[in-house]
Design a binder for this molecule. Sequence first.
Ligand code: NIG
Ligand code: FE
Length: 410
Amino acid sequence: MTPTLDAVVHGATEVVVGPSEDGRGAETVADAGVAVVDGRVAAVGPTDEIRRAYPPENAREAIDARGRTVVPGFVDAHTHACFAGDRADEFEAKLRGTTYQELLAGGGGILRTVRAVRETSVERLTENLLAHLDVMLAHGTTTVEVKSGYGLDTETELRMLEAMAAADRRHAVDVVPTFMGAHAVPEDVDADDYVDAVVSDQLPAVADQGVARFCDVFCDEGAFTPEQSRRVLEAGLDHGLTPKVHAEELAHTGGARLAAEVGAASADHLLNATDDDVRALVDRGVVPVVLPGTAFSLGADYADARGMLDAGAPVALATDFNPNCFSRAMPFAVTLACVGMRLTPAEALVAATANAAAATGLDAGHGTLEAGAPADLAVVDAPSHVHLAYDFDVNRVRTVVKDGEVVHRA
Ligand code: NIG
Ligand code: FE
């Protein structure tokens, strides 16, 4: 079969190819184009070379990117995007000084969303998630990790995972599903008894249906201890689910060290992580995922992503979209990572693409536009990748390509 020239992007002022060789920034090509053959990147190079080797008139799609920058599609490596209802009133309560922990301890926060999700059908959950995926795609996201954890019982956890699978089938954005039964301790239930239920009822059912790739735990003050978290993650491993950990967000309780010990794919949040924690993560190849939108919406200090990068960690960036952090736009996370965490725009972009792909367990090449990578890309109405971070009040994503197909045009 002759290969299909799916698309040629030409005339871009800049194409961001992926991480630079020294791992400190991004490799970019000026006045460049991208050729896409059979859903994969065939070549990135100067526009005249690309046009000669891959004439746009032979392509199914020719995308004129003059004045624009082409970036790999964003990988949003940490979200809770499958839910019902919202918590706008809690946003107001937090502005008046109530803390996230106080809301949760009083049956609000996550537990409030649990009550809403338990009353919501799989069809409604799917529709809600599809609507959020539309917004994410319009902002350049082509793959998103989504966690369960608003069910806290086997039936509802499975319903959430079913909604994710349905949304994945129906939407251009790829959904990577994570089981997070240990997201909160249900009201009036003993934490150890609940961990027993996660390990002996929820996990086997989830594994039996083959509907999750990762198993995540909220290891923190007011949630699960490192010992309880370890039980869940080791049981998950027994069922073939790779661990992830919500670690050191509200307090320092040992979640990062646990992530290193169990060989997690990622340790996420890390607002209170120590230098030793970061070293342990780097030594074990655990990707630190930072979520500046969460700190922003809680009015908290940001995680020390600058220090993590300086310690050699492949920091990843995600939105943490959930009813407590209502943000779906990866470009805004990039801006927050720059302004709040002192990453350069190039570091933030690599964190939002290639490093995020590693945190999400995607094959090498994902999150880049290197030859052979899946052709997932966004064309941004910005003259360089720096403008993507600098110019943050409106969405500048104009065209999104997923696996070589144009799936969004603005
Ligand atoms: O990553 N910290 C725990 N879990 C989520 C919040 C979920 C919620 O508040 O609904 C997070 O921020
Ligand atoms: Fe989270």
